[in-house]
Design a protein around this ligand. Structure first.
Ligand SMILES: Nc1nc2c(ncn2[C@@H]2O[C@H](COP(=O)(O)OP(=O)(O)O)[C@@H](O)[C@H]2O)c(=O)[nH]1
Ligand SMILES: [Mg+2]
Length: 247
């Protein structure tokens, strides 16, 4: 069984080597990495190429011409991982906010689910202790806002640490997914529920990055807040189709 971890990177030179080391130290057979780099000015892409040259069966790199956003990085990464034969696909950030060791727990759950989500908003999950109150509030509110507007059961709808079963990703209408940034996570979660995927949330501690800087700015958050409203309308056809199939 092949497990692929898709890691989008933009200026993650200081994080990538340690992350790769930690991932390959996990007790998971047949683990492969796909790094999706957007021509990072700090040379992350070349660093990834070096790693791929050292372990050509285990590390793959997808280069894109410039910074094109997290959503399309994942969509192209998922497609490539499936082409390369992935049975399971993990999505995670490169900055250690998503604890690599949790993937072992995801592996235990995935035989019984289509999608496993690392969740900050279920019992046992939490945000970095050093975050100021307003930041926790903003994150919690954003998540609550999206969940309330969209309905559904996923507690951490804005989170980006997930494991997908191959068949589930293949069933998802990925060609219709339009959002980038935070909204990408929301759209994928919403779609997973509309497709009636079996979803499991596992608690995680979301740590603040130590090296490098966040690439997500206020405009991306604002875009997310507005476009949540548009999602149900955009997928009206899909929801109808799913209702008809259920009959
Ligand atoms: N390839 C690619 N990666 C990106 C882009 N934007 C962010 N990332 C990566 O996506 C992950 C999450 O981004 P980050 O800035 O940490 O978001 P935050 O944790 O919400 O502040 C990191 O691994 C980033 O390097 C992008 O436009 N292209
Ligand atoms: Mg981050």
């Amino acid at each position: 069984m092949s497990t692929f971890i898709v890691i989008p990177t933009y200026n993650e030179r200081e994080n990538l080597p340690t992350l790769v080391e930690r991932l390959f130290a996990l007790p998971i057979d047949d683990l492969q990495l796909l790094i999706v780099d957007d021509n990072s000015p700090d040379g992350t892409g070349q660093l990834a190429d070096q790693m791929a040259a050292e372990q050509p069966q285990k590390v793959f790199v997808l280069h894109r011409a410039g910074k094109q956003g997290l959503g399309t990085a994942y969509l192209q990464g998922f497609q490539r991982a499936l082409e390369l034969g992935a049975d399971r696909v993990v999505q995670m950030d490169a900055d250690f906010s998503h604890p690599p060791e949790k993937i072992v727990e995801f592996m235990k759950e995935i035989p019984n689910y289509d999608l496993v989500i690392g969740s900050r908003y279920i019992a046992g999950g939490s945000l970095d202790e050093s975050w100021p109150f307003y930041r926790k509030l903003l994150s919690g509110f954003g998540n609550f806002y999206a969940r309330t507007l969209l309905g559904g059961h996923i507690r951490d709808i804005t989170g980006g640490f997930k494991m997908w079963r191959r068949e589930a990703l293949e069933r998802m209408p990925l060609d219709q997914v339009k959002s980038n940034g935070y909204m990408f996570q929301v759209e994928m979660g919403y779609l997973a529920e509309q497709m009636h995927l079996r979803i499991k949330e596992v608690p995680i501690y979301f740590a603040e990055r130590i090296h490098g800087q966040s690439k997500i700015d206020f405009s991306i958050q604002l875009e997310a807040a507005i476009s949540v409203w548009k999602l149900p309308g955009r997928y009206r056809g899909l929801r109808k189709e799913m209702r008809q199939r259920a009959r």
